[in-house]
Design a protein around this ligand. Structure first.
Ligand code: SER
Length: 320
């Protein structure tokens, strides 16, 4: 199958591209950044801006994909610094991808939504169908993107589906999200021996290890349409406090100094998100089941980050 991945230069794409290739797909990328060193051979890398409609249309026309994984977005913390641009990239970008999919007869658009669609005051575990009142521009654009995709599905018959990801953790590049403290505890903790988290130790939001997140994308994208009762699904894996994540790092990285200094802006974003998600619709409709809890993830990720630090850490200015 021919698959186009937008924004593949970010946190998810780094791990998604090799997985798609290993499954025998023909993969093309549309990203603002130039082709990075880690990009596997065999991937066609097209440079372009997701917020420029003509460039998006040209890319989709030329790649002629069967399926698009639409990852390009500005995340929550980064987005609050540039809300106008975030609207343009996240929402206009999604509109261009959906319209290009309609024009050039792409079979499916897979959308990466987020826990940031939720706002404060929801009783955990928070299900799929609750009032959505996000407090960040990122969240606002993701709610609107979900609705726009559903519009394209009902009016034009596009196969639109996606997941609301928890904060994602992988041995890779943090993406400007408010959930990045978890990843930095591992990466900075191992590389620098210390990290000061920008939240309180009690902060609790849903997280997921990247291999589970990738598997969710593949499994939902391949699920028979008749089995699905909705377009967008909550998915969950674990909901550790920041303290519990720090303890998991300390157990595996002796001597690491992890401290907390809450940043009011980022803390307010974290506090507005649900502590725990209800993902029973995903479990029932397409058999979603996470594999990694905090302990299993920590055991798996520590050697991978060590390897990454050894391979990249000595390169000048490298920041894994
Ligand atoms: N990880 C994202 C963020 O923090 C949430 O989807 O913005």
């Amino acid at each position: 199958m021919k698959i186009l991945v937008t924004g593949a230069g970010g946190q998810i794409g780094t791990d998604l591209l090799p997985m798609l290739l290993s499954r025998g797909h023909d993969v093309a990328v549309y990203d603002l950044a130039p082709r990075p060193d880690w990009c596997p051979a065999g991937v066609e890398w097209m440079r372009g801006d997701i917020s420029v409609s003509a460039e998006v249309f040209d890319a989709v026309k030329s790649a002629a994909p069967d399926r698009i994984f639409h990852l390009a977005a500005i995340l929550s913390a980064a987005g609050e610094a540039v809300p106008h641009r975030t609207w343009h990239v996240n929402l206009d970008g999604t509109r261009y991808v959906l319209e290009a999919a309609r024009l050039f007869e792409v079979q499916q658009v897979f959308y990466t939504s987020t826990i940031a669609v939720f706002g404060p005051g929801l009783e955990p575990p928070v299900g799929d169908d609750v009032p959505l009142h996000p407090t960040t521009m990122y969240g606002v654009t993701k709610v609107a993107g979900e609705l726009l995709g559903e519009y394209y599905e009902s009016v034009f018959g596009l196969d639109f589906r996606g997941v609301r990801f928890p904060g994602l953790i992988n041995a890779g590049i943090p993406g400007g999200g408010t959930s990045d403290y978890a990843l930095y505890m591992f990466v900075d903790g191992m590389r620098d021996g210390a990290y000061e988290a920008f939240c309180t130790p009690e902060s609790r939001i849903p997280f997921m290890y990247m291999p589970d997140a990738l598997r969710a994308m593949i499994e939902l994208s391949e699920a028979p349409k008749e089995a699905l009762t909705r377009s967008i699904y909550n998915i969950a894996a674990m909901s550790p406090t920041a303290q519990e994540i720090a303890d998991a790092v300390r157990e595996r990285v002796p001597g690491v100094n992890l401290t907390f200094k809450s940043d009011p802006k980022r803390q307010a974003i974290l506090d507005s998100w649900p502590a725990v998600l209800d993902d029973s619709n995903a479990r029932r409709d397409w058999g979603w089941k996470h594999e990694f809890d905090l302990a299993a993830m920590s055991d798996d990720i520590v050697p991978k980050i060590r390897e990454l630090i050894e391979s990249q850490g000595q390169a000048e200015g490298a920041h894994v």
